[in-house]
Design a protein around this ligand. Structure first.
Ligand SMILES: NC(=O)c1ccc[n+]([C@@H]2O[C@H](COP(=O)([O-])OP(=O)(O)OC[C@H]3O[C@@H](n4cnc5c(N)ncnc54)[C@H](OP(=O)(O)O)[C@@H]3O)[C@@H](O)[C@H]2O)c1
Length: 162
């Protein structure tokens, strides 16, 4: 199973605001996110799930929280108290791919083990408090780039360690 980070990242590394919202609204970027993740499981942190307000349609929504009492009003949402447990569950289900959709805390942990990253680099310097984790470009090969008016989608694959 391929483990893939998908994120939209401003040129200055910002991915979100303190209040849980995104610093931009780009319809074409949402469409890219939707068409890429549709029919695949998506794993997210509890804060990102809260800011979405409801599960995203057409995908198995998996939320991770350390709060053992956390419950969702949406029965279809799967909840795990550990990120690796969520990943293991997806491995066991033999899913072809699993997308890790944020936010900052989850990306920081997942960037250590994912196979691929699909990053939409938004062509602005955004204001916000949540950042995408630093990564070493030497660890990643850019397989493809798709230039749009307001963002560039970069497809990264982890280089094999020798
Ligand atoms: N631009 C993008 O592509 C993008 C994508 C997604 C989100 N965002 C933005 O990112 C921001 C949210 O990011 P964030 O860093 O504040 O929060 P987050 O990563 O969405 O969620 C953090 C929460 O996840 C839970 N958690 C973290 N690690 C865990 C682990 N190993 N095991 C179990 N649970 C774990 C904890 O929940 P509990 O506190 O409940 O224990 C923690 O408080 C928002 O502003 C949002 O808009 C941007």
């Amino acid at each position: 199973m391929k483990k893939i980070i998908i994120a939209a990242v401003a040129e200055n590394g910002i991915i979100g605001k303190e209040d849980g919202t995104l610093p931009w609204h780009i319809k074409e970027e949402f469409q890219h996110f939707k068409s890429t993740t549709l029919n695949h499981p998506i794993i997210m942190g509890r804060k990102t799930f809260n800011s979405l307000g409801k599960p995203l349609k057409g995908r198995l929504n998996i939320v991770v929280t350390r709060d053992l009492n956390f419950k969702s009003e949406f029965d279809e949402v799967k909840i795990f108290s550990d990120l690796m447990e969520a990943i293991n569950f997806c491995e066991e289900q033999n899913f072809e791919k699993t997308f890790i959709i944020g936010g900052g805390e989850i990306y920081k942990q997942a960037i250590e083990f994912v196979d691929e990253m699909i990053l939409s680099i938004i062509k602005i310097s955004a204001e916000g408090s949540v950042k995408f984790p630093d990564y070493n470009l030497e660890d990643w090969e850019i397989m493809n780039e798709d230039e749009k008016e307001k963002f560039t989608i970069k497809y990264f694959q982890r280089r094999n360690k020798i």
